[in-house]
Design a binder for this molecule. Structure first.
Ligand code: MG
Ligand code: ZN
Length: 182
């Protein structure tokens, strides 16, 4: 048997995993979107390692601290661990746009780091995000399939499976694994 390449599901956080309240800097404001735990379990069972890639410019803007961010991360980890879901990596960009860093999406830095940490093939990986900048980062990194999640404009940037929540996008991915795009 030919071994399957390792692959990841890269997940934006706010608006994909939890409700996006513009800036989520307090653990009590972190609320899972319905169906997310099941979606993540399905991805895991299909052989995807789970990697969170999240822009957190609220840190640079002074809306909340790195410690606050870490508390929110802990809350996310605990809530999902209760459903048997664990992340292989949780990567954040603390910078503001003016910092011109290489990690803030639409830059691909966090995806490249995530692939290096987990040893996955980007081409065999998938990405789920709720903003065009998520999709742009996925494309720039060479992620095989990128899904625009949530109530955003489904026609935007021609992403696959737009306009539906994470669970619906995961269902459509797993029902039709498809060919990875070049
Ligand atoms: Mg988002
Ligand atoms: Zn950054």
């Amino acid at each position: 048997m030919i071994p399957q390449p390792r692959r990841a599901a890269f997940l934006d956080r706010d608006g994909v995993i939890n409700h996006d309240l513009s800036y989520v800097g307090r653990a009590e404001d972190f609320v899972l979107i319905d169906g997310v735990a099941e979606a993540l379990r399905r991805l895991r069972d299909a052989g995807y390692v789970l990697v969170v890639v999240t822009n957190q410019s609220g840190i640079s803007r002074g809306y909340y601290s790195k410690v606050d961010y870490e508390r929110v991360t802990e809350r996310m980890t605990e809530l999902l661990a209760a459903h048997g879901v664990a992340f292989a990596a949780i990567i954040h960009c603390p910078h503001a746009p003016a910092d011109r860093c290489a990690c803030r999406k639409p830059q691909p830095g966090m995806l490249l780091d995530g692939a290096a940490i987990t040893g996955v093939s980007l081409r065999d990986s998938v990405l789920f995000g709720d903003k065009p900048s998520d999709i742009a980062a996925g494309r720039a990194a060479g992620v095989g399939r990128c899904f625009l999640v949530g109530p955003g404009e489904p026609a935007l940037v021609g992403a696959e499976g737009g306009g539906a929540d994470l669970l619906a996008c995961v269902r459509s991915l797993l029902a039709d694994p498809g060919e990875t795009m070049v």
